[in-house]
Write a protein that binds this ligand. Structure first.
Ligand SMILES: [Zn+2]
Length: 603
């Protein structure tokens, strides 16, 4: 067969994988950042789509149908009762060799690795899945009916959990046919997919012919507990959705939120560094190497020509790899702070910003949702981070401490996504100060940003989050303004964007208003600060200590049956399923060969 024939691939996005030095050099010419990504045994596709159309209108959420849960459960029961009639054909596995095509074995390096499944005729409409690209995380796809597939996600490396983020592609589509996808090993007990959120998709042909970037799509969306038991108690959850594609033989990418890869960040930082107008405003420095040997950089932003005494601000993001919106907001903040506006100049003249844009690079590369390659949530390691196990946290903490020694460190913020609440809000820390100064900055933010929700902010010091950046740094370094900025994966439930998904315009708005709030907070006259202090006084906000039951979304761990044993570090993925219930798709997954972390958790 002629592998170079485009016709043969029926629109399949051919995956070229390179492993030898020669091949790497070849690809480096096409993609200069390629070889900076390491940390996975899977060789990665050089690119995944990044095109997001800024001119697209805001995309509405869907209105959940009243009977959707009932219908979804009925379909689930039918699948169990008539298990014998299902196709149960494994059509993709990112680690196991393909029975259809031995060349697709991902352990065969230095070759062009073919898709797991290759249709043999034009009539064969089986979808061809792929996830062996950066941030991709589909482990297995099982065709259960002609146009219905069960999908299994890779848990975070060295954990058996944290499946929530998803990113994969499929090709060989047929237009106007209704496909159904069931992601059957989700972990969280509830999801915004039941409150109007739609998955994101990208069509290669749509982008090529109509200049459409990532867009929201899908109908009959439902998230529910299924009947597959987890090893340590509790059940898995299913995200099910139906979708019709616009083109025959198209390649579609599907993701939980707009992907933002490490490669993207490296390109962005390079561009920033090379911009002559920003030379005296920003310096790029190396913070450390990650477990897998990727370089973690940080930026220093300020007016380096002006010797005026400056206050310090540290901003970090992407400690949780699946919360990609944090990277978009971070990028917009960097753009603003290094830009030409009058406000940006004021900020650079009065502050030194230290920015760590991606705290969990290995997690991002490997398609993790929450953990790093040591299998731990890095946002629980801030009290005593280990130099080898949590290098980016260890070195960022050193950076924060050094900034505090050098100057008045007035603000720390770590940017996150939130999977269970709508809106944009902050978590802070309530101290003993009766004037509740920690409320001021979030209130200024509310005044500057139409989508910021002060009512969703929370200032409690939860016991289970003592190791988070927010609480650990607040305690140790007494930074009153020590926050996480949280953005919903979905959208807002009030104001002019109610019922719409957040998009890049919103991320830009929050980034800019955050920067403007810094000016409001520290300008010498304190005009706006006095106004909000009055408001705090008048509205008895001083005594407010709202317990927000839903606030455990992302900064916190909100898995049901959160058994510490479950978070121990198995040397392979052990997706336990009930064999009786879902037929051959439940056969135990083969061990995935992994790059072992240098030391195990707890050592
Ligand atoms: Zn988070």
């Amino acid at each position: 067969m002629d592998l170079n024939s485009d016709e043969f691939f029926f629109g399949i996005n051919k995956s070229l994988y390179f492993k030898t030095e020669e091949q790497k050099n070849e690809i480096k010419k096409m993609d200069p950042e390629y070889i900076t990504r390491t940390g996975t045994d899977f060789v990665l596709l050089p690119n995944s789509p990044e095109f997001i159309n800024h001119n697209e209108p805001f995309e509405p959420m869907y209105i959940p149908k009243q009977t959707i849960l009932e219908e979804s459960l009925r379909r689930e029961i039918e699948r169990i009762c008539f298990a014998d009639t299902l196709l149960n054909k494994v059509v993709f596995d990112c680690a196991d060799p393909s029975p259809f095509n031995k060349d697709s074995d991902p352990s065969v390096y230095g070759l062009e690795v073919l898709p797991y499944y290759i249709p043999q005729t034009k009539e064969d409409s089986t979808l061809v899945f792929e996830s062996r690209f950066e941030s991709g995380n589909l482990r297995r796809a099982i065709q259960i009916c002609d146009y219905e597939y069960n999908l299994i996600l890779k848990p975070d490396y060295y954990t058996t959990m944290n499946t929530q983020w998803f990113y994969f592609s499929l090709s060989n589509t047929r237009k106007d046919v209704e496909y159904r996808f069931n992601i059957i090993n989700m972990m969280k007990p509830d999801s915004l997919y039941n409150s109007g959120m739609k998955p994101l998709m990208y069509s290669d042909l749509g982008a090529k012919h109509k200049k459409i970037g990532w867009f929201r799509d899908g109908h009959e969306i439902c998230y529910y507990q299924n009947n597959m038991k987890r090893k340590n108690g509790g059940f898995y959850y299913t995200l099910t959705f139906a979708v019709k594609f616009q083109y025959d033989f198209d390649c579609i990418y599907i993701a939980h939120c707009y992907p933002y890869t490490y490669t993207h960040l490296c390109r962005y930082l390079k561009q920033l560094e090379c911009d002559p107008s920003k030379k005296n405003r920003v310096k790029r420095k190396q913070l450390c190497q990650t477990i897998a040997g990727n370089t973690c950089d940080f930026l220093i932003i300020g007016d380096f020509n002006n010797g005026k005494e400056k206050k310090g601000i540290v901003i970090t993001s992407r400690v949780h790899p699946g919360e990609t919106m944090a990277s978009y907001v971070m990028e917009y903040m960097i753009d603003f702070l290094t830009g030409n506006t009058h406000e940006a100049r004021i900020l650079r003249e009065n502050f030194i910003f230290k920015i760590v844009p991606m705290l969990n690079i290995d997690g991002v590369v490997n398609g993790n949702y929450r953990c790093n390659l040591a299998g731990v949530d890095l946002n629980r390691q801030w009290i005593d981070p280990n130099k080898k196990q949590h290098p980016t946290i260890y070195h960022t903490k050193q950076l924060v401490k050094k900034t505090k020694e050098e100057r008045d460190l007035v603000l720390f913020c770590d940017i996150h996504g939130h999977s269970r609440k709508k809106n944009i809000f902050m978590y802070g820390c309530q101290g003993k100060d009766p004037n509740r100064k920690e409320l001021v900055f979030p209130m200024l933010n509310r005044n500057n940003c139409s989508v910021f929700s002060f009512k969703d902010c929370c200032f409690l010091l939860q016991k289970d989050r003592e190791g988070s950046a927010r609480i650990a740094l607040w305690r140790e370094l007494s930074i009153i303004n020590c926050f996480t900025l949280e953005m919903s994966f979905c959208g807002a439930d009030f104001g002019k964007y109610e019922y719409f998904h957040f998009n890049l315009d919103i991320y830009k708005e929050i980034a800019q208003s955050f920067c403007l709030s810094i000016i409001d907070c520290y300008e010498p006259e304190q005009i706006k600060v006095k106004q909000v202090m009055e408001e705090i006084e008048q509205n008895s906000l001083k005594n407010q200590q709202k317990d927000d039951k839903n606030n455990s979304g992302d900064e916190g761990s909100d898995y049901s049956n959160d058994d510490p044993k479950d978070q121990a570090m198995p040397q392979q993925i052990q997706l336990q399923q009930n064999d009786q219930q879902l037929g051959s798709q439940t056969k135990k997954l083969k061990k995935i060969p992994l790059l072992p972390p240098k030391k195990k958790k707890g050592q």
